[in-house]
Design a protein around this ligand. Structure first.
Ligand SMILES: [Zn+2]
Ligand SMILES: [Zn+2]
Length: 159
């Protein structure tokens, strides 16, 4: 077994439209490589900074994540008859980690990222951030039954 601690610069477009790994930032890898019968088993953790847009208040925010990775890279002498087989392969003595990292990271990203777990989001009336407005932010509520009155009065005046 071999332990590999290294860094990799993030490739472009790693993530989702809501949250992604900024292109070119260092991704920290702490991996164990184990020779098994069919190939090399790679397991360990991947840590990276993230840049996202809050799904509640739409502000951009920075975060970081650590995901577990566990992938088997097959030796090339294994028959790859099935063209749809996207198994990972050991090429020479080289492991192309990018597809495995991509899967592990993208699957681990939140579908609705938030800048803070308790982000209050936006005011439904004015669209401002509730966290900045404070708890006593309100809009004068017009009772919908009275809201119809001004138009009735206007119509009357035309008669
Ligand atoms: Zn937010
Ligand atoms: Zn408001």
């Amino acid at each position: 077994m071999k332990r590999v601690v290294t860094q990799l610069l993030a490739p472009a477009e790693l993530g989702t439209p809501m949250i992604h790994v900024p292109s070119g930032v260092p991704i920290e890898l702490d991996l164990r490589l184990e020779a098994v019968m069919e190939g090399v088993l790679v397991s360990g953790t991947v840590s990276t900074p993230l840049e996202g847009e809050c799904s509640r208040c739409l502000d951009s925010f920075e975060d970081e994540t650590t995901v577990e990775i566990r992938e088997l890279f097959y030796y090339q002498d294994r028959a790859f008859d099935d063209p749809d087989d996207d198994s990972l392969q050991v090429v020479g003595d080289h492991l192309d980690l990018e597809p495995a990292l991509r899967d592990a990271l993208v699957l681990g990203l939140p579908l609705s990222p938030c800048c803070r777990p308790d982000c209050a989001g936006l005011c439904a009336d004015c669209g401002a951030r509730l966290d900045e407005l404070g708890p006593d932010h309100t809009h004068a509520q017009v009772d919908p039954r009275w809201a119809a009155l001004p138009s009735l009065i206007e119509n009357k005046e035309k008669d």
